[in-house]
Ligand binder design. Sequence first.
Ligand SMILES: [Cu+2]
Length: 159
Amino acid sequence: MRHILSAVALSALTFVSTLSHAEVKVQDAWVRATVAQQKSTGAFMRITSTEPTTLVGVRTSAAPVSEVHEMKMEDNVMKMRKVDPGIAIKAGEALELKPGGYHVMLMDLSKAMAAGSQVPLTLVFKDAAGKESTVDVNAEVRALNANAPAAMDHGKHKH
Ligand SMILES: [Cu+2]
């Protein structure tokens, strides 16, 4: 089957991918700024799809390793783990990637991410039939303390 994919930019931060069936929309994508020596950070966004799909991965030139993560309290400790095989998205229901919850983890960073810069992310989705599609977004790097609970420290990673 031929894979037809086109991306239309609605704004700097909003892209729409039109597949033969599903339309996946990514809004308000952002990455938390880092300080020198910091090896990882989180990327956040809001994803909606017209059809059920699963966010299975992320590719980016900005970090050697990128994973889809879940963060939650376990025995009074905030823990993060890679979500395998991915995060299911229901048709018409928004998936929020936000500090303290699901997020995209950018790891093994070699340089600091400065507030105001842009990070290109390619989100990889798999539909119910197992067909992969991608959506490209540019995430804006926002200040370290932007909308972030202090508890979310990516430096103390537990998998
Ligand atoms: Cu993480």
